[in-house]
Write a protein that binds this ligand. Structure first.
Ligand SMILES: [Mn+2]
Length: 287
């Protein structure tokens, strides 16, 4: 048994668990700061320091059963890593468990979303990120982290929130495909209205959530390749997650793009806390 989320004492067996954490240490396409490859191991390490009792949910979500797989061994080319990730996620879904993928750069989500869509059919896909990631191709690859959501669009209804950095072409693409991103500035200006807009975009399909940690403000999440000012704070993000996860069947989720910076362990802890909170929402809010 490899390193377990929350530590070995609080891990479930693979047979009995409800959530399976899949570490995907991959970062060949990160464009600016690098090091997302180290994200999964640092999240797992930090998780050992988490309080098991969740003060918002007044519950101990670990009791739902969490098992952590060995880290995937991934080829350095995103197009070749994609089928490996797809296979791992498909395996988890075929056992009717919830996959929790830890990146790694955002390209790891491509295989996961494809596996979820093959299992559930067309999805609602909630994408929390500073960046639109809607390029059709980036640095010669259509499997780059900058193209993730363009690939994901092939598998369902895309809801983007927290966005504050995109190219003119991506904006034109959004307009021509009737995508209605909830920009970070709107979340800050009128939170309740932004939340209502996000909820109105859900179609009731199974929900896959992909979170680039750079959606959070760099003041609380500095450890990421392309930090952008003006991001979401903790309660803004968890409030959105609580609202959507209370309404939809969860297909799976991922947390990606943590690029650990030595000495800034609060970022690693925040990412671990986010993963645990989401497991809590998934296990405690579903009726
Ligand atoms: Mn991003």
């Amino acid at each position: 048994m490899g390193v377990q989320f929350l530590g070995a004492n609080h891990a479930s067996s693979r047979q009995k668990c409800r959530f399976i954490i899949i570490p995907a240490p991959f970062d060949s396409t990160a464009s600016y700061g690098t090091g997302a490859r180290l994200g999964p191991s640092r999240i797992l390490e930090a998780s050992g320091q988490l309080e098991l009792f969740d003060e918002e949910l007044l519950a101990e979500p670990w009791k739902a059963g969490i098992f952590t797989e060995e880290a995937l061994e991934l080829p350095v080319i995103p197009k070749k890593a994609e089928p490996v990730i797809h296979h791992a996620v498909a395996e988890v879904l075929s056992q009717n468990k919830v996959p929790v993928l830890l990146g790694g750069d955002h390209s790891v989500s491509i295989g996961a979303v494809r596996a979820a869509a093959e299992h559930f059919g067309p999805l609602d896909i909630l994408h929390l990120d500073a960046h639109a990631d809607l390029r059709d191709e980036y640095q010669g690859s259509s499997y780059s982290h900058a193209c993730v959501m363009r690939r994901a669009l092939e598998h369902g209804n895309l809801i983007q929130a927290g966005i504050r950095s995109l190219s003119r072409k991506e904006w034109q693409f959004m307009e021509s495909h009737q995508l209605r991103p909830i920009f970070a500035s709107r979340i800050r200006q009128d939170y309740q209205r932004a939340l209502d807009d996000i909820l109105s975009l859900l179609t009731g399909r199974p929900l896959y959530i992909t979170i680039d940690v750079d959606c959070l403000d760099p003041s609380i999440m500095p450890a990421t390749g392309t930090p952008e000012p003006g991001g979401l704070f903790w309660y803004e993000m968890t409030g959105i997650l609580r609202a959507v996860m209370g309404r939809s069947e969860l297909a799976g989720f991922d947390v990606v793009e943590l690029a650990p910076v030595p000495g800034l362990h609060h970022a690693e802890f925040t990412a671990a806390r986010l993963v645990y909170r989401m497991i809590g929402y998934a296990s405690e809010l579903a009726s």
